[in-house]
Design a protein. Structure first.
Length: 299
């Protein structure tokens, strides 16, 4: 899901009346670049402990994770955030424009930063990449957390046509974005989230990295067509040996929770946990989500 600079700038005037100056952040994001076969991948890390690679959704950069969620997860994990090829501060997307191709790039990236094995969290489209990473490179994935994603093929339960169009739009309106991320009666949570992004990008807690070219978003959306018309990923999940936690929002209009139920039923031994909230349930329910993730990753 995308929450780019347009969202932040659209609410700055509103938030100026609500936000007060905050002290200098104790953490400052330092973006680095790793060379892979197809070019360079931008990344940064935060926290200490066992590594957790975080893969975000369509048309989004590594700066668009909720800073409040990162702060909680970083207490016990070394978080590794990255820009996909063609996104933000990374180089062009030259590899095959498929989720399998992106998964291969993530595996090469992990090798490049000397991270041979890690837990992986994939949200939305990032969940497609995370599933393919676990299927194609199981040795790289110690544990798998899937959030608000689908299994591909005929088992996928799509949202309404309207929601699909918003999710595929490279330049959605603020109202459209918030309507997907948060329940209709809780849009104040969306404004607060946008405010956290604005503040964190200003004080350096997250990179000031919000640019995604429309062509890249279009290419990511185009990759969904073969994903939805192939049974390959769903079949492969049946023999996946990576411990998996499937999570979703009970009110998610983009990825109905039935998708996570089907993923959890397909992967041997997988766990399922649904939370209140829409597509950004992991931000809105960040305390409960972090508690569940911490417990799962601790084994």
């Amino acid at each position: 899901m995308k929450v780019r600079a347009a969202l932040v700038s659209a609410v700055v005037a509103f938030l100026a009346t609500l936000l007060v100056a905050s002290p200098a952040a104790a953490f400052e994001a330092h973006v680095r670049h790793a060379r892979v076969n197809s070019g360079q991948i931008a990344w940064y890390e935060r926290g200490q402990g066992a590594p957790l690679v975080m893969l975000i959704g369509t048309g989004s950069t590594m700066a668009e994770w909720d800073p409040a969620l990162l702060r909680l997860l970083a207490r016990h994990h070394r978080l590794v955030m990255l820009d996909y090829p063609g996104v933000g501060e990374s180089g062009p997307w030259r590899a095959p424009r498929t989720f399998a191709g992106l998964a291969d790039e993530v595996a090469r990236f992990m090798d490049a930063i000397r991270l041979p094995r890690a837990a992986v969290l994939g949200w939305s489209m990032g969940g497609f990449v995370a599933q393919q990473l676990a299927v194609r490179h199981p040795g790289h994935v110690s544990r798998l957390v899937l959030a608000g994603t689908n299994p591909g093929g005929s088992r996928t339960v799509l949202g309404t046509r309207e929601e699909q169009e918003v999710d595929s739009n490279p330049d959605p309106s603020l109202a459209e974005i918030l309507g997907e991320l948060y329940p209709p009666n809780q849009l104040g949570e969306g404004f607060a989230f946008a405010g956290r992004l604005d503040t964190a990008s200003e004080d350096g807690t997250i990179p000031n990295d919000f640019h995604v070219a429309a062509a890249t978003t279009d290419a990511q959306v185009a990759a969904e067509d073969p994903w939805l018309h192939s049974e390959g990923n769903f079949r492969a999940l049946g023999s996946l040996a990576v411990p998996t936690l499937a999570t979703g929002g009970r009110q998610d209009p983009v990825v109905p929770p039935a998708n996570l139920e089907r993923i959890a039923a397909r992967i041997p031994g997988a766990r399922l946990r649904l939370f209140a909230g829409a597509h950004a349930f992991l931000f809105q329910q960040r305390v409960a989500f972090t508690k569940v993730v911490d417990h799962f990753l601790a084994g």
